[in-house]
Write a protein that binds this ligand. Structure first.
Ligand code: SAM
Length: 286
């Protein structure tokens, strides 16, 4: 397996020189920070557990620091990259490899169309731009797209929200969605110094493994909408938020009673099983 990679991914000086030579610059608006720590890159790719023919979606490959390793392990990789300058470099580096596919543009807008023409991928990988990580993850799960495994590096706060337990400050709609679909565990912490340019936040990689007993409710789309609505106003009780969602506080009261849930509680104290049970009875009353 060969490629035309012509940059040292560990060296800010080499990366800068390479970008200058190609008339490119790092764009803050796209959350661009390259992972220049080769040991961390290896750990992330190892954790993805790919073999020959595994299908992988990589979001935000940048100049391909980890793309190269994943392709060399024989995976079929689709890269989603918004930066057209980076995309042209990715084509130059990997375009000749028949296990490489590039989707240019905003992944939030391109992934659905791409999925229409391909089978569901087995892995999700990305050192995700901080501003889109939570959105893309929620969009994919809500649409019923589930990967066997995923390794995602995000801002530490977002990772904490993904892994948070009920009752904790970080427990949110994102935690419910992630843990409903996956067993989510922290993998490795990365300080700002592992990246170039150095961001002023720390990052954390998390590993996702698909839950077998899914969706555990009658209507997955309804569950997604309902649970988001229950976290909409964190200070309000579950009865108030559910009443607004169902357009009827009477129906909300009946649903909570049937599900055996105290109406005065707040959503952040409810376990996923409580929310799933509630979704089934609320769905029947709508
Ligand atoms: N994976 C590379 C690495 O670890 O060195 C780069 C990671 S950098 C934090 C984020 C990457 O995501 C950049 O390449 C950026 O251009 C890309 N990106 C940002 N927003 C995006 C979007 N909406 N859709 C696709 N790619 C995006």
């Amino acid at each position: 397996m060969s490629s035309n990679v012509k940059v040292d991914y560990d060296s800010p000086a080499s990366l800068k020189e390479f970008l200058d030579q190609h008339g490119l610059a790092m764009q803050k608006k796209f959350g661009q920070n390259f992972l220049i720590n080769s040991a961390a890159r290896k750990k992330l790719v190892d954790a993805l557990e790919v073999e020959q023919g595994t299908s992988v979606w990589e979001i935000g490959p940048g100049l391909g620091a980890m793309t190269y390793d994943i392709l060399n392990r024989g995976a079929d990789l689709t890269a989603f990259e918004i930066d057209h300058g980076f995309a042209s470099i990715l084509k130059e580096f990997f375009g000749e490899m028949d296990n490489f596919c590039l989707v240019e543009g905003d992944v939030l807008k391109t992934w659905k169309k791409h999925l229409e023409n391909t089978k569901q991928p087995e892995r999700l990988f990305g050192n995700l731009p901080y501003n889109i990580a939570a959105t893309i993850f929620a969009d994919l799960i809500t649409a019923g797209v589930r990967f066997e495994k995923g390794v995602i590096t995000v801002q530490k706060e977002v990772a904490m929200r993904m892994c948070a337990a009920p009752g904790s400050d970080d427990y949110s709609s994102l935690a419910v969605l992630c843990q409903w679909a996956y067993d989510v565990t922290p993998l490795i912490d990365l300080s700002g110094g592992s990246f170039w340019p150095r961001p002023n936040v720390d990052s954390r990689a998390v590993k996702f493994v698909k839950k077998q007993d899914f969706p555990r409710c009658n209507d997955a789309a309804f569950f997604c909408r309902m649970q988001r609505a229950l976290f909409a106003f964190r200070r309000k009780t579950i009865k108030n938020n559910l009443g607004a969602f169902m357009n009827s506080s009477e129906k909300a009261e009946i649903a909570l009673q049937k599900a055996g849930i105290d109406p005065k509680l707040r959503a952040e104290t409810l376990k996923i099983d409580d929310l799933l049970r509630l979704s089934d009875v609320a769905g029947e009353l709508m």
